[in-house]
Design a protein around this ligand. Sequence first.
Ligand code: HEC
Length: 209
Amino acid sequence: MKVIGIAVAVLFLLAGGVVGFAYSGIFDVAATATDSPMVRWMLETARESSVQRRAKQVPVPASFTDDRAQRGAKAFDEMCTGCHGAPGRKPFLGAGYMNPSPPDLAKIAPERSPQELFWVIKHGLRMTGMPAWGPTHGDEQLWDLVAMVKRLPTLTPDEYRELTEAPADDDHHHDHGATLHTTDVPVAKGSGSPEMGEHAHGAPEGHAH
Ligand code: HEC
């Protein structure tokens, strides 16, 4: 009886400690903060094991033809290079200061199985800034991206440009306008939408900004 009492008391103390720690603000959430080696090890090991475990259930498609990489090239260029860069393409300035920062995919591609790449691209990585692309893209398009990532290590900047500029992106029609880009950032400054002009209480200039 006594032992159980002590155990319960200790549990309460621990739980209280965790809640107290959360409220205390001691934990530094700054992207510029560095994790201790132990926390880093925990996070990386948890991430890698989690991906490996789940990737095992992903069925691989029959082949990775050049076709596939070609089909995924343009989408890759639009959706991924802002953070990851590519041969001859730099990521946006802040990418290197994300924590964890997006790796150069040309370097990590040889170390990852197609299934692992597929799983990460489809589901994203929680708390890292790596988005999930599954909600907006079908599996076939995701495999095209995987094939493109697998091609990266062998591409020169010129070959990369050729691949991404070729007009072969047949089944990838939707707009990627909202993704990160270093060069073209279309910002409509202060111009009200047409609807606003029509419905906004008869004020044709819209409201002040
Ligand atoms: C907003 C930034 C951002 C965008 C856009 C982005 N990623 Fe990532 N990506 C990350 C970050 C951050 C990580 C995690 C790094 C870590 O955990 O160390 C990551 C991780 C990955 C990984 C796992 C790397 C590994 O070590 O196994 C793959 C694969 C990947 N991204 C592919 C892509 C692809 C393909 C696209 C485009 C469809 C893409 N990413 C778009 C930020 C981004």
